[in-house]
Design a binder for this molecule. Sequence first.
Ligand code: NAI
Length: 330
Amino acid sequence: MKIAFFSTKSYDRESFEKNNKQDHQLDFYEAQLNDQTVNLTQGYKAICVFVNDQVDAGIIEKLHQNGVQIIALRCAGFNNVNLQAAAAVGIKVVRVPAYSPMAVAEHAVALIMTLNRKTHKAYNRVREGNFAADRLTGFNLFGKTVGVIGTGKIGEAFCQIMLGFGCKVVAFDIYENKKLIKQGIEYLPFEEVLQQSEIVSLHCPLNDHTHHIMNKTTFSKMKKGAMLINTSRGGLVDTKAVIKALKKGRLGYLGIDVYEEEEHIFFQDLSEKIITDDQIMRLMAFPNVLVTAHQGFLTNEALENIASVTIENITSFENGAELENEISVS
Ligand code: NAI
């Protein structure tokens, strides 16, 4: 089958070409899928998109007119796809539900460790011959309370790592994970998790119920000086409110791999450009904020799984087989 890939990077091309055992025709476009690029899909039955490709109702209508029959997401989250619009025109949507939960969980831990022990600052200091240790003081993770919002595949992996550090882990999810309860985590109402935790890590999907789950009110429930980690989706955090919470010192640290307006910024080299998004520039100016540009998924193991499962999803569609990873409208 002919497949048009959008928002592709060199690592996507490498992993997909390596895993293309079925000899599909893979055409890689660097451009994001949006109004300007949707016409590139003419002649393709399958397209493959990533987290910041725009797959709203208008784009889906054009995909349908161009003959696209399947949208294969090479990621787990699907908040950027209008599933109702796709179902209405009979376009199938498939994803990679669990390519490597450990990759994202471990990245969340990397953000915690860096913010806490300030290894990013130490690295720069030492390179300039500054071996002083003042202002690098961190805190022991052992014995601290970590709150986890969303204990699905990534949240579960994250809980297990934090238990290994000797942390007390409390969690909120709309469904309790029995395995985690047996391992010692305690489920509490959302606000209580915020009240008890020195570190809060978000691992729930972005949807109408979770949009801005971290806002002015919920920041006021957190322990003063606590750390917030978001490796899930930018829209979970109200950016204006988080900036205020940081300015007031209510929030002590922020580590984000995702950002509400990331689609205009992330996955691009803007080092020689004027960045017009004042909110991200404000966030990056705080000494206690660490931003990474949506790289939580980026491990060799995850790329391998993403490519092989995506190719399998499209092959199943081509063969008329059952679509195990289809996302149905709820
Ligand atoms: P999952 O579906 O296994 O787990 C999500 C969990 O959130 C479920 O247990 C669900 O019950 C819970 N949940 C749903 N609504 C909730 C609510 N209102 N409050 C609390 N919990 C709620 O998903 P998985 O694989 O663990 O991924 C989680 C999220 O991580 C994805 O939705 C995606 O946005 C993000 N992600 C980020 C990546 C990155 O590179 N930074 C890579 C992969 C995923």
